[in-house]
Each structure stands twice: as C-alpha cells, then as structure tokens.
Design a protein around this ligand. Sequence first.
Ligand SMILES: Nc1ncnc2c1ncn2[C@@H]1O[C@H](COP(=O)(O)OP(=O)(O)OP(=O)(O)O)[C@@H](O)[C@H]1O
Ligand SMILES: CC(=O)N[C@H]1[C@@H]2OC[C@@H](O2)[C@@H](O)[C@@H]1O[C@H](C)C(=O)O
Length: 401
Amino acid sequence: MHQHILALYNSAKKQQKLIIGLMSGTSLDGLDVALCKMSGNGMNTQIELLAFETVDYDDDYKQKIKTVFAKRDCDLELVTLLNPWIGVLHGKIVNQCLAKWQLGAKDIDVIASHGQTIYHCPKSQHQHADFKHGTLQIGDSDHLAVTTGITTIGDFRQKHIAAGGEGAPLAVYGDYLFFTSPAENRILLNMGGIANLTYLPKSADPEAVFSSDIGPGNTIMDAYIQRFFAPLHYDRDSLVANQGSINQRLLDALCENTFFALGFPKTTGPEVFNLQYLATAQAASETTHLSHFDVMATLNRFSAQVIANAINQCSVNLINVQVYASGGGIHNPLLMKHILALCPQLDEIKNTQALGINPDAKEAVLFAILANECLAGEKQRFGNQTQGIPNITMGKISFAD
Ligand SMILES: Nc1ncnc2c1ncn2[C@@H]1O[C@H](COP(=O)(O)OP(=O)(O)OP(=O)(O)O)[C@@H](O)[C@H]1O
Ligand SMILES: CC(=O)N[C@H]1[C@@H]2OC[C@@H](O2)[C@@H](O)[C@@H]1O[C@H](C)C(=O)O
C-alpha cells in the first residue's frame, strides 16, 4: 500500500484528527485559516476550533485576482498562472500559521482547501442551452500539498455539480451535521460577499433541510467603497452608509431581478451583483445624481431587505425559530439593524459563537467538516433530492510527494 494511502487510512480511523480548513471568499479580503480538532463523523461530529487566523491579502494579490475575478472576458494565461500561484501562496500562509501555533506538518492530518472562486455560473445565469451549471475555483491543492508537506483535500464543488447541484451552497452539509438541534428550528445565515442561509428544522428531517444563496451580502457595498472611497476596502462599522438616506426609487429598481423570484435552492455571485448591476438600477430609476452616501445607505438597505425576505420566507408558519449569523456582515451594524427591523418575528439575531463557532471562522470550519466526511464519513441521505443536496462525498485528494 502506498505510504500516503496508509497514512490517510490511519487518519480516518483516529479518534481525533487535526484538520486545517481554508476559505478564501468572494470578498477577497484574506485567507481564513481554521485549526480544527475533529472527532466523530456524520451527526456525531465534534469540533473544537483550536485556533483561527484571517491572513489579509496584500494589494498585489487583490489586484491580480481582480483582473480575472467574476469577469466573462479575461486573460487566460493569467488564470493559468494564478492557479498554481495561489496554491503556493495559500501553502505559505499555512506554514506561517503552523509556525505561530508551534505545530509541524506531521501534526496535521489534512488540509481542507476551498481555493478561490473566480467564476460561478449556474444555468439560471448563463442560460446557455448546451451547458448545465459551472463553477471554477483556482489555487490548486497539489501546490498546497507540496508547499506544506500536508495531504490536501480540495476542489469540493465539482462533485456537487457532477451530481446535479449548482456547486453551492455547500454549507448545508456541515450545518446539518454540526448545528442541527432538537431544541429549536434554526436558520444559519452567512453574510459574506454573497449571503446565504441554511434551514435546519428541529426534526432533523433531511428532506426538509435546505440551503440557498439569497443575493448580495457585502459585495456591491464593497465594490462601491473600493471605487469611490479608496483606499477603504469596505464600509467599516457602516460609517459611510450611516451618513446617507435610503432612496426608495433606487431600492425598488435594485430589487427588480429575476433571481429574487426563483425558488430555493439557487446560487449567485458577483458575476450578477456588481457595480454594473447598480448602474443599471440607477439608470432605470433615474437616480444617477445621488450622493455616494445615499447610494451606500440604499445598498445597505437593499442587502438587508433581500436577507430579511429570505428569512421571512423560510420562517413563515414556524414557531421557535432562531437565526444564527456568521460572515463579515455581522460586523456591519446598520445592516444588522435593518435586518432585525424587517423580521418582526425575531427578538434577536444571535451569531454562531452562541453555538461554539467563531462566526468569522464558520466557512473555513465548514470545509474542515467536508474533509472529515471525505476521510471518515458515511454516506448521508438528504431525502428526495429536490433541495439541491446530492448524497455525495466531496473533495479531491492531493499528496505532498
Ligand atoms: N467592521 C465591519 N464593518 C462593516 N463591514 C464589515 C466589517 N468587518 C467585515 N465587514 C464586511 O465583511 C466582508 C468580509 O466578509 P467575509 O470574510 O465573510 O466574506 P467572504 O467569505 O469573502 O465572502 P463569501 O462568503 O461570499 O465567499 C468585508 O468585505 C466587509 O464588507
Ligand atoms: C461559488 C462560490 O464560491 N460560492 C460561495 C459564495 O460565498 C457565499 C455563497 O457564495 C456560497 O454559495 C458559496 O460559499 C459557501 C461557503 C458555500 O458553498 O456554502
């Protein structure tokens, strides 16, 4: 037996594993690195988040990725070069974290790497008769494995598409295994660049569980701030949006999109929700004269409205439902205030820290759970398959040598 297969076999049998989850999301802010002590599998999964770092990307990284990110037309040579380059860079970041945590490669069972999404196009978006759904993550895991000396499981989304899903959201798998509770119906809300939610009924009925993208979280707000308030990268503490007023005509125009009429589950990305989307809505509503502050106030409300609509849609007729939020949007006080005001049935919105997981680390932890399932899980059953949750194991395995 090959030594790496044997090592994986031994890892899979271990009572406790150390898995590093890596997530680099649509906000392009940095690499989230979560050191997870994991035991069990399936509904018995236990996680202790031993350490967490967000290692900020420098401007050079951001510029390089932005050249191709969510662009229909881009330099294919650059994409080809970025694929290994990001893998190596993410590997070096893991090595820095290991040094900081005083751990060596041998202490880690596997790395779970999401990579960097550069384009996501479900059929609802591309509407090309010859093709189904597509998504592309770069930052190849062979390069991570060689750079770190640690077996790396990556490229999780392709199996989801191969099995009939849209390649996202994958959050549902980890959310279902780790956050389901017989005590209450739960909505796990993540507000990154794109917002998504997972509905977890207290019955744990896998036929009733689902996960869906909702629409923009921070992505249009971030793009607007980067364009008009550089060098700011985002509207820290809602300081800009708080100085403006909501423009109802622009808000109505922003809400006019076929994506919002689609049922759950559905996916989207910055390929749709971007500055061009805003410009189209401004032209349609004749609001091109607004101040930057009013535009930001309106964009903030737009995200909140989209998110609140989705919460209301899946909590209708439910009593005892609790929302647990995660992602960078929880740090945007105006956004949180609007969402709560638009969901009168909620007394509060908690965050996933109340369930033991740092809300900034949640997506990176999610990929550690997927890797744990890849190694040690058994096949899950998600019922009738209409919720976009195929019964699959995800991830491709890269060895270090
Ligand atoms: N103090 C703050 N005030 C306002 N917004 C904040 C604050 N801190 C973070 N954010 C927002 O959170 C964003 C980062 O969120 P996060 O890291 O969850 O996104 P992501 O994981 O890249 O996205 P996705 O989940 O769509 O892939 C920032 O770009 C910013 O918009
Ligand atoms: C294609 C892609 O990278 N999608 C991301 C993105 O970021 C949030 C939302 O859009 C979600 O669908 C997904 O990530 C999370 C981790 C998921 O798959 O659950």
